[in-house]
Structure formats: structure tokens, C-alpha cells
Write a protein of this length. Sequence first.
Length: 160
Amino acid sequence: MMGEPVVSSELVQDFVSRRRLAIAGVSRSGRKFGNLLLRELKARGYEVVPVHPEAPDLQGLPCAKGLAELKGRVDGLVVVTPPSEAVKLVREAADAGIGRVWLQQGAESDEAVRIAAERGVALVRGHCLLMFLPQAGGIHGFHRLLWRLLGKLPAGAARA
């Protein structure tokens, strides 16, 4: 599969500076990593729209059935799904004019990366969004520190 992700600090900062985000991969059970991400984004003041093909709402927020209904309403998409679903979501994001996608670790695939590049979608991959949100602390702050020490942060982020 892909080598080390080549992601710039500017791309990461551009994504986290956007305040209106959609998230795909939140479950009705409330127990998946997507649910944690949704809670953390809400807690930090983001306007978040969960995307779920069947659920009318999740964690008190109305869901969009698909990305087409979000056209012009969000600045980016966070994907916390299996790679096969992520491929479809990257394509749908491009079709809906959503120009920024963050593929959480585990959602990545060569095909999703290729589609993003072909369609002009700014793509962050290989990094956990929680490490870069405002006031990242606890385990995520430690994770960021560890990645800084190992030289795994996006280019330019070690200075931040």
C-alpha cells in the first residue's frame, strides 16, 4: 500500500481551522471511534453534521443521508469508515464540492488517495485528527509529542 503519508502542516492547519465539518463513520451504537471524534469536535465548538445513510440523528444532531445534501454547507469531511466506503465518500465529497477530506487512520487506501488527487480534493491521511484539534491534551497530546519526537508529524509541524 502507500508509503509514509506526505502531508504538510499547512494542510493540517487549514483543515482544523474550518469550523463546519461533516463526519462519516459515526455509529448508532455510540461506541465507535467516529462517535468519539464527533463528541470531541462538538466540545471544541465545531459545527458538525454526521453523515449516515439510515439514522435520522446521532448524538442529538440531525444526520445527512449523503454528502450531496451538504453541498455548500460544510468546509470539510472527516472519514472514519472502512477503506472501501472511504473511496466512495472521497468521490462524493468531490462531487458535492467539499474540497477537504481527512481520512482517519484505517480509512486509507491507494484508490481513495488517487481519487482525491484526480479530483483536486485536499487530503489529510496517516494522522489522527484528535492530535491536531485545539486544546489537544491527554492521550492525544501525548501522541502528538511522541510523533514529534519520532519525526512523524507533518512537514513543518515540529516547529508548531
